[in-house]
Ligand binder design. Structure first.
Ligand SMILES: Cc1cc2nc3c(=O)[nH]c(=O)nc-3n(C[C@H](O)[C@H](O)[C@H](O)COP(=O)(O)OP(=O)(O)OC[C@H]3O[C@@H](n4cnc5c(N)ncnc54)[C@H](O)[C@@H]3O)c2cc1C
Length: 490
C-alpha cells in the first residue's frame, strides 16, 4: 500500500484524469491495463515532480500517446501519463523549415499547425492519430525509399530522465542520448519537446493501379524508384496486388473519388459482415479476397490532395497486426516464401485462411537512430494483418509464427510497436548499437522507473534483477484471451 504525503496526494489529485478505475486499452482492444494513477500533466515541472514521487514510492511511469501501439508497449498498472495537454507549438523557424512542439501533439494536430505555417511532414504513415512522441518512440514510418521514418525527422528534443533530470539534446549536444532517444520505446525518459525537420507544404498526386505480384517482385528495384512514395498491397489467395504511387505536384487538388456504395456500404459494412461469417466458414475467405479486390481495387484511380491526406488511409476494422523490416534486397524473397506458405495452408482443409492484404513499404537508411529498424540499411516493411470483424477473434498465431520465421531468416527486425517474440540476445545481434542503448537506459533510468512488462521482456539483459525468473510471455500469451475462438489454428 502506497502512503503518499498529503502534499503528494494533493498534487496527484490535481492531475487526475479519466473516470475512477480507468482501464487503458490499446486501439485494437488487444491489450489492457489498469493504472493505479492516470494523470494528465501540463508542464515539464509537473512531470519532474511525478518522477520524483515515483522514485520515492517505487512506482513506475508510462507516458502514452494515443494508445495505438498494437502491443503492450504502452501498458502499465502503476502510473500512466496522458500527454494530451502537452500539445502546444513552442517555436517556428521558417528559414530552417522546422517546428518545435510539445511531445503530446497528435499528428493530425501537427499537420494543421504545419499547414498554417506553410510546412508539412515529408512522409507520414497510414494514420495521423498518434502523438509525435508515441510515433517516434517506435520509429513509426510511411513509405518512400528516399524518406526516413518519423524518428529521423527529429533534430532536437527534450527528455526528462528517471531521476527527474532534464536533458536537451541534438546532433551536437549529447549526441549519443539524442540518437538513442529518437526511438527509445519510452525506456529512457519522458520526452516533452521535439523539433521536427519539415519541408514546404505540398500536394501529392497519387495513382493506384492493379498489378500482378510476380511482375512487381521481378522488377522490385524499378518499382521502388517508380515514384517518390511507393507502397503496395498483395491480396493473399490471389496473385493480384494494388500499387499506390505518389509524387509531389503543383497541380490543383482533385480529392479521392470515393463512392458511398462501393467504398462504404460494400467496402466497410458488407465486407465486415462477410468477414464475420467467414469465422465459421473460413473456406469462403479466398473467394472474399478475390471479390473484394475485383470490386474495389481492380481499376486505376488517381487523386491529388494535401500530402497528409494522401498518405493516410482508412484502416477499417480492429485488427491483429505484425510487421517487420527486412533489408530491402530480401523483400521479394520474403514475399515469395510467404505466398508459398499461404498457398500450402489454403490446400490444407484445416489450414490458415488469410483475411487481409499484405502491405509492403520502403524506408530509407536512418543511419544514426540507434534502434530504428532502418538503422544502417534501406528496409522493406512487410505488414501482415488479420481483421477482427466486430472486435471478434480470428485465428492468427500460426500465421504469425510462419511469417516471423521467414522474416527472421531474412535478417528482419520487428516493428517496435507491434507484438513480437524477439528478445535481448536477438537485438544484440540485430542492432550494432543495442548494447549501448541498454547502457544508456541504465544511466537514464537507474531505478527502472520506466520499465513495464514490454521493456522487461524485450530490452533488459538477462542478468537484470527484474528479468530473473520472469516469464517472456506477454499477458496475451499467459491469459490466452484470444483462445475463446474455437479454431485449432490459433
Ligand atoms: C490503425 C493503425 C495504423 C498504424 N499505421 C502505422 C504506420 O503506417 N506506420 C507505422 O510505422 N506504424 C503504424 N502504426 C503503429 C503506430 O504508429 C505506433 O504504435 C505508434 O507508436 C503509436 O503512437 P501512440 O501515440 O499511439 O503511442 P502509444 O501507443 O500510446 O505509445 C507507444 C510508445 O510511446 C511511448 N511514449 C508516448 N509518449 C511518450 C513521451 N512523451 N515520452 C516518451 N515516451 C512516450 C509510450 O510509453 C510507448 O512506449 C499504426 C497503428 C494502428 C493501430
Amino acid at each position: 500500500m502506497i502512503q503518499l504525503s498529503s502534499s503528494e496526494q494533493h498534487f496527484i489529485n490535481k492531475l487526475r484524469c479519466g473516470p475512477p478505475g480507468f482501464e487503458f486499452s490499446n486501439w485494437a482492444g488487444t491489450f489492457r491495463s489498469r493504472p493505479q494513477f492516470y494523470l494528465a500533466p501540463e508542464t515539464e515541472n509537473e512531470i519532474i515532480e511525478l518522477i520524483r514521487i515515483a522514485n520515492r514510492h517505487k512506482l513506475t511511469i508510462k507516458a502514452i500517446g494515443s494508445g495505438h501501439s498494437p502491443s503492450d508497449i504502452a501498458c502499465t498498472n502503476s502510473m500512466m501519463l496522458n500527454m494530451d495537454k502537452m500539445n502546444r507549438v513552442l517555436a517556428h523557424d521558417a528559414y530552417a523549415c522546422t517546428l518545435t512542439v510539445e511531445a503530446g501533439v497528435r499528428l493530425y494536430q501537427l499537420h494543421a499547425m504545419l499547414q498554417q505555417r506553410g510546412m508539412a511532414l515529408s512522409s507520414v504513415g497510414s494514420i495521423s492519430d498518434q502523438s509525435i512522441a508515441g510515433a517516434i518512440a517506435t520509429a513509426t514510418h510511411g513509405t518512400g525509399i528516399d524518406f526516413g521514418d518519423l524518428s529521423s525527422f527529429i533534430t532536437h528534443l527534450v527528455i526528462i530522465d528517471g531521476t527527474g533530470k532534464r536533458h536537451e539534446c541534438d546532433a551536437n549536444t549529447q549526441a549519443d542520448l539524442f540518437n538513442a532517444a529518437r526511438c527509445s520505446l519510452g525506456a529512457l525518459g519522458i520526452i516533452t519537446q521535439v523539433t521536427i525537420q519539415c519541408e514546404p507544404s505540398f500536394n501529392l498526386h497519387a495513382v493506384q493501379t492493379p498489378e500482378n505480384l510476380d511482375s512487381l517482385l521481378d522488377d522490385l528495384s524499378d518499382v521502388v524508384y517508380s515514384a517518390e512514395h511507393v507502397r503496395f498491397w498483395w491480396f493473399p489467395h490471389t496473385d493480384d496486388a494494388v500499387v499506390w504511387r505518389a509524387n509531389r505536384t503543383t497541380m490543383e487538388k482533385q480529392p479521392s473519388p470515393e463512392s458511398f456504395l462501393r467504398d462504404r456500404l460494400y467496402g466497410f459494412h458488407y465486407y465486415q459482415l462477410q468477414l464475420f461469417k467467414a469465422r465459421f466458414t473460413p473456406d469462403d475467405i479466398p473467394r472474399l479476397a478475390r471479390e473484394h479486390f475485383d470490386t474495389r481495387f481492380n481499376r486505376k484511380i488517381e487523386w491529388i490532395d494535401d500530402s497528409f491526406t494522401v498518405f493516410n488511409l482508412d484502416c477499417l476494422f480492429p485488427q491483429y497486426v505484425n510487421e517487420w523490416a527486412v533489408p530491402w534486397e530480401n523483400a521479394a524473397e520474403a514475399l515469395r516464401q510467404l505466398r508459398i506458405w499461404i498457398n500450402a495452408e489454403a490446400r490444407n482443409p484445416k489450414g490458415v485462411r488469410v483475411n487481409f492484404p499484405v502491405e509492403v513499404r520502403f524506408v530509407k537508411n536512418t543511419a544514426d537512430v540507434w534502434l530504428s529498424p532502418a538503422y544502417g540499411q534501406i528496409v522493406c516493411y512487410i505488414g501482415v494483418i488479420m481483421y477482427r470483424p466486430y472486435h471478434k477473434s480470428v485465428p492468427y498465431k500460426k500465421y504469425w509464427r510462419a511469417y516471423e520465421d521467414i522474416m527472421r531468416t531474412l535478417g528482419g527486425r520487428p516493428h517496435w510497436a507491434k507484438a513480437h517474440k524477439m528478445f535481448y540476445y536477438d537485438f544484440v545481434s540485430l542492432y550494432p548499437r543495442f548494447n549501448e542503448f541498454v547502457e544508456m537506459r541504465k544511466r537514464c533510468d537507474p531505478n527502472d522507473v520506466f520499465v513495464n512488462d514490454y521493456i522487461r521482456r524485450h530490452v533488459l539483459p538477462p542478468d537484470h534483477p527484474l528479468t530473473r525468473g520472469a516469464s517472456n510471455d506477454s499477458e496475451e500469451d499467459k491469459q490466452g484471451h484470444l483462445l475463446t475462438f474455437e479454431s485449432a489454428n490459433l
